[in-house]
Ligand binder design. Structure first.
Ligand code: ZN
Length: 139
């Protein structure tokens, strides 16, 4: 279902709870909502009003993939850049890491499977952005 984007900083500033496979309906809502907007690179659950650590992100081959409970494990090569967020007006200066090792879970055959891998460039940036949302950090 297409949801409204939350812009209330108080709601967005609350750290999100761990997500489980039962939160798959949120993934569908994220996909529906992103599909109704233009140029979405990533969207976190709390941006549609669900305080759970789950998000979707655009992969380098232009697919929207869900990511559950992502955590930054290792980060290399900080880069200062400007970023936009659907929940906040304007562009904002942030530091992102060109290369980030992320521990996360993804749904496979009806259950969450733990993964850990290195992301680079744009994917890495998007995932760092949604991790901040999960932590209740707004740019
Ligand atoms: Zn954002």
């Amino acid at each position: 279902m297409v949801k409204d984007i939350v812009k209330d900083v108080e709601v967005l500033s609350k750290p999100c709870e761990k997500a489980t496979i039962d939160d798959m309906p949120i993934v569908q809502d994220l996909l529906d909502t992103a599909g109704s907007m233009e140029e979405v690179a990533g969207l976190a659950a709390n941006q549609i009003g669900e305080a759970k650590c789950v998000a979707i992100y655009l992969t380098d081959d232009d697919q929207m993939k869900p990511i559950f409970n992502p955590k930054l494990v290792k980060a290399l090569y900080p880069v200062k850049m400007e970023e936009e967020c659907f929940s906040v007006d304007g562009a904002h200066k942030v530091t992102r890491f060109e290369c980030a090792t992320i521990a996360y879970e993804e749904p496979v055959d009806g259950k969450l499977v733990a993964r850990k891998r290195e992301f680079h460039g744009r994917e890495s940036q998007i995932i760092q952005h949604v991790i901040d949302h999960c932590k209740g950090k707004v740019i």
